[in-house]
Design a protein around this ligand. Structure first.
Ligand code: ZN
Length: 476
């Protein structure tokens, strides 16, 4: 029997606010444990929540950017459960009346573009963090994150392969970055994923029993854990067994899944409207203004760059990977003029340097105008392309301009024929045997002679001028 894999995702995204969702504590990552807490987020008696308007705006922007319908009335509810990192004993979230519903994200994989539906987006507060390795005889708790504003984005079960899930998440993350609603830093927990996984007989309409894999904080963890869970479920079903609805934890170190608890039903949480918070009523004008102010999204930018600059789709896909990279590219084109030249530099040497020093392109310290000056020196033949790439590395390391490096290190290409002729003479007299073979028909040896002269010139001979001189001498 063959099985079809069905995947739905729930993504928690931390909104980029200075303050928490219902109090004015800060949200900075990495602060001293329990230094960003107050009676509201600690759930002390009598403390009352006050909704953060900035968080509401960011949540609306996220929903609009993902094509959702934003509802003018939504309701905050209490989700009751006990856990040491949840001092109130309930989490404030939205349940039966969420902020937004019915969005869509277009995902391109294997050359096919398919729509992945967003079922709902709701606002909620984060819980704290239990820390198991800080004290030797127990578990410590850090409540700094308690009350941090999140949106939870829930997809319909529209994904069919682990690869599609990964591609969807990349597109979602990129869209949220373009919208500037979150830093989406997965290492710091700003974007966390739960995956709902089930199998059904190929061609069946009904979904199978699903399990939930919790708290995945990298794209590869999502992909690998779904592969592992699909394999586990397949083995059970093939043996005639039944899938138990449960929550699983993925262990990234050994690639294993273990049962965390049997999955709760929503009635276990005793949801009810939070009596401290009135329904959230949004003015339609506020939604309209935020919609009008939405930035250009990745798909639109892809289309525009392809059209305006006549670039290939696969080049543009690299350039729009982040909004800052696309901005950098466009600023460079504005100075350089030639879009293809600028694109080749950005997606090649510039990204390679960023990767080498583990910084983003905008943090490399190379303003587009400085890179443009280097490109001009390569284009006019002052330095070769390969020397240009080396100079770029030195610009990153030293903060000097291309011209300073080329002048102080004497790196400009040698086109002077006296100098080149002297090296060619030397190479010809040192390689009599190869000269003989070249003249009797082994014309591919020209590359060898060029290499020998380049060595003598320490890479500075202009290969074009050099080739011409070499051919003139050898073809006599
Ligand atoms: Zn607080």
């Amino acid at each position: 029997m063959s099985w079809e894999l069905v995947i739905g995702l729930e993504i928690h995204v931390q909104l980029r606010t200075a303050e928490k969702l219902f109090c004015s504590d800060g949200t900075a990552f990495g602060a001293e444990p329990n230094s960003q807490v107050c009676p509201v987020c600690l759930g002390l008696p009598g403390a009352l929540p006050v909704l953060n308007g900035e968080a509401v705006d960011l949540a609306i922007i996220a929903a609009l950017g993902l094509g959702c319908q934003v509802h003018e009335v939504s309701v905050f509810a209490r989700k009751s459960y006990f856990y040491p990192d949840l001092p109130k004993g309930y989490q404030i979230t939205q349940f039966s009346e969420p902020l937004a519903t019915e969005g869509i994200v277009l995902v391109r994989s294997d050359g096919v573009e398919r729509p992945i539906r967003i079922r709902r987006i709701h606002m909620e507060e984060d819980a704290g963090k239990s820390i198991h390795d800080r004290v030797s005889d127990g578990t410590a708790v850090d409540l700094n994150r308690t009350g941090t504003p999140l949106v939870e984005i829930v997809t319909e079960p529209d994904l069919r392969t682990p690869g599609q899930a990964r591609t969807f998440l990349q597109e979602l993350k990129r869209t949220l970055e373009y919208l500037d609603v979150s830093d989406c830093n997965m290492e710091e927990g700003s974007l966390r994923v739960d995956a709902n996984v089930s199998l059904r007989a190929s061609g069946a309409d009904e979904y199978g029993v699903k399990t939930e894999v919790k708290n995945l904080n990298s794209f590869s963890a999502v992909e690998r854990s779904v592969v592992a869970e699909a394999k586990r479920q397949t083995a059970i079903l093939d043996a005639g067994g039944e899938i138990v609805q449960e929550t699983l934890l993925w262990d990234e170190r050994d690639g294993s899944l273990r049962a965390m608890r049997s999955k709760e039903e929503s009635h276990d949480y005793r949801y009810f409207p939070d009596p401290d918070l009135p329904p959230l009523r949004l003015d339609s004008e506020r939604i309209r203004v935020l919609k009008a102010g939405l930035p250009e999204l990745p798909a639109q930018r892809r289309a525009r760059l392809m059209e305006v600059h006549d670039l290939e789709a696969r080049d543009v896909d690299v350039l729009i990977a982040s909004r800052s990279l696309a901005n950098y590219f466009e600023a460079l084109v504005a100075v350089v003029g030639e879009a293809k030249v600028a694109a080749n530099w950005v997606k090649g040497p510039v990204l390679k340097e960023a990767n080498r020093v583990q910084r983003s392109v905008e943090d490399l310290g190379i303003p587009p105008s400085d890179l443009a000056a280097l490109i001009e020196l390569v284009e006019d033949g002052t330095v070769s392309g390969s020397m240009g790439r080396k100079v770029l590395g030195q610009m990153v390391d030293t903060g000097k301009t291309a011209r300073e490096i080329i002048e102080t290190e004497g790196l400009s290409q040698i086109q002077d024929s006296d100098e080149l002729n002297a090296w060619v003479d030397a190479v010809i007299s040192e390689n009599a045997e190869e000269v003989e073979r070249y003249r009797s028909g082994e014309s591919r040896l020209i590359g060898y002679f060029v290499g020998q002269v380049m060595q003598k010139s320490k890479g500075r001979a202009d290969p074009k001028a050099l080739s011409a001189i070499l051919r003139g001498r050898l073809d006599q």
